[in-house]
Design a protein around this ligand. Structure first.
Ligand SMILES: Nc1ncnc2c1ncn2[C@@H]1O[C@H](COP(=O)(O)OP(=O)(O)OP(=O)(O)O)[C@@H](O)[C@H]1O
Ligand SMILES: [Mg+2]
Length: 425
């Protein structure tokens, strides 16, 4: 049998600044999808204009691989590696510049929030519309309808236009639709970054059900544990090129080696602090390394949702026997305001003993409830209460939106989300 997805010499060039290939509207997408072209050809516009190299970037360069029917493939890579671009081409949201992706089957995709649904239509109408795009008859969709609404937990918002949905609700419904409408190929891009933890688990469960039913799944995630548990195969992208194609576990190993190597920027989950350029010259380099992990020790890549746990391992060196040392970890917003500091001296069970040489302090924050956005981590070492080493902007941390309160109301204003309870008296 021929592969269900065949990717040949696929390249995608984006013009920086000018959004020539900016995402189409849903209407355009619908029209094109209904035409069902089997092969995507290079866009004539991109061919004709021939940009020079300096105002364009290759988001994908010469990608070749096949996906067999029933394969569950994890696609991993750092931010900007080209993962979403690859899924968009496979889903026919955007055209390749060179090469093609041949698809043999009905495909449903859940890409970044904003694609796939028509904002003016209600949840109910979008379910029918998506079913129609997948070539299903009304009666077929009706048999799945209740399951979709249940899974998506949108209940009384069913007849509300989806433009009024919170991002959590939107993703829940989009995932429910993509997973329940019996596609032969299911394409999912990083949905787990948006939902709350309970919903993430539910999605993973559903995806594993879909894959066990023999259907083909392509799954992009920064959650390596999820990739390992869900996928049998793995593809690693690096700067637009395919650098590994094989088993999922081997793909994750390959990726881990890649990101823990030298020369990686501060978005990696393991950061070398020994030669950090953001260290003030007046300090001796005692801080060695910062490692960021989330749930169950999973490397933190690409960010965590509001309220998720964070575990930081701070590796540092003490040059002589030292009785009194502490480590701090500050969270600054991009304006440089300190939003929160964690500090070993805040730990009531902190044991003081004389130490020398390489040390690791483990800092655990059970619920990191900063509001969505990007934060700069500042790490420092104190001896006898005085700062002896400090690295500004040691790493960047992205907090993503999540249904923290369980109501679909994402906390966005202010700097942090705290539990709050209300009752009418
Ligand atoms: N519409 C666009 N216009 C210009 N450049 C783009 C566009 N979309 C993506 N790019 C660029 O293409 C490259 C690949 O982006 P892509 O979104 O595919 O990465 P990714 O692997 O999905 O990253 P992430 O993990 O952050 O989601 C990046 O350098 C990105 O800035
Ligand atoms: Mg992406």
């Amino acid at each position: 049998m021929p592969p269900i997805i065949e990717i040949r010499n696929l390249s995608k060039m984006y013009r920086i600044g000018a959004h020539l290939h900016k995402d189409e509207t849903f209407r355009e997408l619908l029209v094109r999808t209904l035409r069902k072209p089997w092969v995507r050809r290079p866009s004539p516009l991109a061919e004709a204009t021939g940009y020079s190299d300096d105002d364009s970037i290759w988001a994908l360069k010469d990608i070749n691989f096949d996906v067999e029917e029933g394969d569950v493939v994890g696609i991993i890579g750092r931010n900007g590696a080209g993962k979403s671009t690859l899924l968009k081409i496979i889903s026919r949201i955007t055209d390749p510049t060179e090469g093609f992706a041949r698809i043999r089957g009905r495909l449903a995709s859940l890409l970044e929030v904003g694609t796939g649904f028509h904002p003016e239509l209600t949840g109910r109408e979008n379910i029918y519309l998506n079913g129609a795009i997948l070539g299903m008859r009304k009666a077929e969709i009706e048999t799945k309808f209740d399951e979709i609404v249940d899974f998506g937990e949108i209940g009384r918002f069913l007849d509300t236009p989806v433009k009024f949905y919170s991002s959590g609700m939107y993703v829940r419904l989009a995932f429910a639709v993509a997973a329940h409408l019996n596609p032969e190929i299911l394409v999912v891009d990083e949905v787990l970054a948006v939902g709350d933890l309970a919903f993430q688990k539910k999605c993973l469960g559903k995806m594993s059900e879909v894959s066990q039913g023999g259907r083909t799944v392509l799954f992009v995630s920064h959650n390596l544990a999820a990739v390992q548990s869900l996928c049998r195969k793995g593809v690693v992208l690096k700067e637009g090129r395919l650098v590994f194609n094989g088993g999922a576990n081997d793909a994750v190993d390959h990726y881990m080696q890649m990101v823990s190597g030298p020369g990686e920027t501060s978005h990696a989950n393991v950061v070398d602090l020994s030669r950090a350029g953001t260290r003030n010259r007046k300090y001796r380099p005692l801080l060695r390394r910062l490692e960021l992990l989330t749930d169950n020790g999973v490397p933190l890549l690409g960010g965590i949702p509001i309220g998720a746990p964070l575990k930081a391992l701070i590796h540092f060196r003490l040059e002589s026997p030292t009785p009194s040392f502490d480590v701090g970890l500050g969270f600054d917003n991009l304006y440089g305001q300190r939003i929160f500091s964690a500090h070993s001296a805040y730990e009531p069970k902190r044991v003081h003993e004389v130490r020398e040489g390489e040390q690791v302090f483990v800092c655990e924050i059970p619920q990191l409830t900063l509001t969505p956005g990007e934060y700069k981590l500042v790490a420092w070492v104190e001896i006898s209460g005085g700062v002896v080493d400090l690295v500004e902007d040691a790493a960047r941390l992205t907090i993503g939106e999540s249904d923290f309160y369980g109501t679909g109301k994402v906390p966005r204003s202010g700097t942090c989300a705290l539990e709050n309870h209300w009752r009418l008296q």
